[in-house]
Structure formats: structure tokens, C-alpha cells
Design a protein around this ligand. Structure first.
Ligand code: APR
Length: 238
């Protein structure tokens, strides 16, 4: 495996997906035994699901919280935190994951474009910021309400909703000279388009994962392997 050279002028944009947390024991979404095999997206991860049955939505995300609280960061999360420690503000991490394993490994310059498991926000989008919420809810009656009266819902971007921090993400992609994408199937937009934006900008584009993503053709190289095995030895920082 050839190493990815990071020169003094390089700016690195990293996109991660569920695959980077797989070796921490968290299931991915689209594997045969993944989250979307056992749960219907339209029952737990759409605005309509929330309207119809908020108790079922909270039951699903309470389960995710339970799993997330038991998991520990793996070698891949630590390798990215170490790269950030080496290159500082020339590093930016965008994760599609809602777990907090990147933060717990030490990553600082990161955004969660699909939300965060450990937070909740008002169902009315009344303008108040999300709150910290790590509760495992046994029933809907336990879920609190915002000052405006709206019920708190998981701070998760449901299918059909706009991902978070898109302006900042676009700016960071435009500044990057290297895009590293780890453990995502390339099937959910707009994240699956980031590699195309980087390509238009002339940046190098490297994918790491055990199988090719759907958008593999847009990468300059695909390194096949598990993130926890590949990332720790991947970077040659000059
Ligand atoms: N290391 C790296 N990649 C891995 C590993 C591993 N150890 N194990 C699995 N993978 C890869 C799989 O090959 C697959 O390409 O992780 C990818 C997981 O793909 P998905 O399950 O589709 O997850 P992701 O791409 O993160 O999903 C995107 O879809 O449902 C939504 O909002 C949810 O953020 C999520 C989005």
C-alpha cells in the first residue's frame, strides 16, 4: 500500500461514514445485517415518521444511544485525531456519523452533517439551539418539551431534511487539496457528491474501505481495507 503524502501546503478534507465506526462495534446502515435491514427508514428516520409515531422514532434512537455509549473509538478515529494534531488548521473533518467517537478520540475541527445522537432539538424548529440529551427513553411520556411547547426530537437529520453546516463544508472542500473519504457507501447525497466537487477543484481524492463505494470512479485511488488497519499507517506528513 502506498502512503498518502501530505505536504506543507496541503489542506485535508476528511469525510467519514458508518464504516469508520464498524470496528468499534457499531453497525453500518446498508450491510446485510445493518440498521436499515432491521428497521424501515420510513418508520424511524423521516419527518413523516416523527409525525406519525414519535415514540417509535425515540425508541430507535434510544437504542442507537445505548450502542454508542458502550462503544469506544478505534485505531481509525485515533489516526485522524493524530493527523489533525500534526497539521492543525489544515485539517477538517466532516462526518456523516451521529456517534461521538471522533470527538472522544481527540478530533476538534469537525462537523456532524447528519446530526448528533447526544443532542435533541425542538420539533417546531423554533430557533432555540439543540440541547444535550443522552437519555434512553422507555416511553414517549418521558421526553421533555421545549420552552415553546414543542416536543424534543432526536438531533438527527431525517431523510428529506437539509444536512447541517453545508456552507462551511462547501468552503472547506473548496480550500482542500486532498480529500480522504472513509467507510461510506456513496449512496446518500449530498455527501456522495463531495468527491465530485473536490475533483472539479483538482484535489487528490482517496477512498479507504473494504469495498468500492458507488462513486468509486471519481476517486484518484481506492485503498481497500478496514479503516482501523489502513489509516494508522497511511499518512506521510512532510
Ligand atoms: N472500515 C471502513 N469501511 C467499512 C468498514 C471498515 N471496517 N466496514 C464497513 N465499511 C464500509 C462499507 O463497505 C460501506 O461502504 O462502510 C460503508 C457503510 O455504508 P452505509 O451503511 O451506507 O453507511 P453510510 O455511507 O455512512 O451511510 C450514509 O445514510 O442512512 C443514512 O444518515 C445515514 O449517515 C448515514 C448515511
Amino acid at each position: 500500500m502506498s502512503r498518502v503524502r501530505i505536504g506543507g501546503d496541503d489542506r485535508v478534507f476528511v469525510l467519514t461514514g458508518a464504516g469508520i465506526s464498524a470496528e468499534s462495534g457499531l453497525p453500518t446502515f446498508r450491510a446485510d445485517d445493518g440498521l436499515w435491514a432491521g428497521n424501515r427508514i420510513e418508520d424511524v428516520c423521516t419527518p413523516e415518521a416523527w409525525e406519525r409515531n414519535p415514540g417509535l422514532v425515540w425508541q430507535f434512537y434510544s437504542g442507537r444511544r445505548m450502542d454508542g455509549q458502550k462503544a469506544e473509538p478505534n485505531a481509525a478515529h485515533f489516526a485522524l485525531a493524530e493527523l489533525e494534531a500534526q497539521i492543525g488548521d489544515r485539517f477538517f473533518l466532516c462526518t456523516q456519523n451521529v456517534d461521538d467517537l471522533h470527538e472522544r478520540a481527540g478530533s476538534v475541527r469537525l462537523v456532524h452533517m447528519h446530526g448528533e445522537l447526544g443532542k435533541a432539538h425542538c420539533e417546531n424548529d423554533c430557533g432555540r439551539p439543540p440541547i444535550e440529551d443522552h437519555a434512553i427513553y422507555g416511553s414517549l411520556a418521558e421526553v421533555g418539551r421545549c420552552a415553546c411547547g414543542g416536543r424534543y426530537r432526536p438531533h438527527i437529520v431525517f431523510f428529506g431534511e437539509m444536512p447541517l453546516e453545508m456552507d462551511r463544508i462547501r468552503d472547506e472542500i473548496d480550500r482542500a487539496t486532498l480529500m480522504l473519504v472513509v467507510g461510506t457507501s456513496g449512496s446518500v447525497y449530498p455527501a456522495a457528491n463531495f468527491v465530485h466537487w473536490a475533483k472539479m477543484n483538482g484535489a487528490r481524492r482517496v477512498y479507504v474501505g473494504p469495498e468500492e463505494p458507488l462513486n468509486a470512479a471519481a476517486f484518484t485511488s481506492v485503498v481497500e481495507g478496514k479503516a482501523g488497519e489502513v489509516l494508522p499507517g497511511l499518512f506521510a506528513v512532510e
